[in-house]
Design a protein around this ligand. Structure first.
Ligand code: COA
Length: 153
């Protein structure tokens, strides 16, 4: 059974992505160490649908620490992708950012968030479970197994 842990005081804020400025910043992020397997971050959903992105900033100094992408599918659903700055993994920021995105979703007409995640990406899976996502199935893509997870908003 998935847990959805409420975030009382978030250390992050989520704001619309600024394409040029934010891209320039993340281009200077250090690489993940160890490197992430390429299939962990491969996009899955079709590229035909509208995509919106959000920046995740630290509330304390407004440093850009993450990016969240939402790719719309059907009328009120979106596939979610998230990546944090390599120096900020495993500190709960992902869960906090997902909590904020879940609050924002209904305001942009979303009723469900969906994602797939490589089944060996245990840190991400744990984060998603803590943010209220539940596993509804699994798919195989390019020889890798991914969990299909959803969160109703
Ligand atoms: C996936 C990601 C957004 C999660 O954000 P995060 O801030 O690192 O995650 P959180 O700290 O909120 O939660 C991680 C959970 O896994 C646990 N964890 C941390 N490191 C772990 C590891 N190496 N293996 C397994 N679990 C781990 C944490 O203890 C935490 O669980 P808890 O809340 O029960 O203590 C972030 O790690 C990331 O950007 N990873 C690189 C890109 C990526 O994999 N994106 C997802 C593609 S689907």
């Amino acid at each position: 059974m998935a847990e959805s842990t409420p975030v009382s005081e978030s250390r992050v804020v989520v704001r619309p992505w600024h394409r040029r400025r934010d891209r320039a910043v993340i281009n200077r992020w250090p690489p993940y160490t160890p490197a992430l397997p390429a299939h962990w971050v491969a996009t899955s959903a079709t590229e035909r649908h509208e995509r919106v992105s959000y920046a995740v900033e630290l509330r304390s100094d407004r440093a850009l620490v993450g990016r969240i992408g939402l790719q719309m599918y059907a009328l009120t659903g979106a596939y979610l992708g998230i990546a944090l700055h390599p120096a900020h993994l495993g500190n709960g920021l992902g869960r906090e950012a997902l909590h904020l995105i879940s609050q924002l979703g209904p305001r942009i007409g979303l009723s469900v968030l969906r994602l797939d995640v490589a089944d060996e990406n245990t840190r991400a899976i744990r984060c998603y479970q803590r943010a209220g996502f539940v596993e509804v199935g699994a798919i195989w893509r390019n020889g890798y197994r991914y969990l299909d997870m959803v969160r109703a908003l």
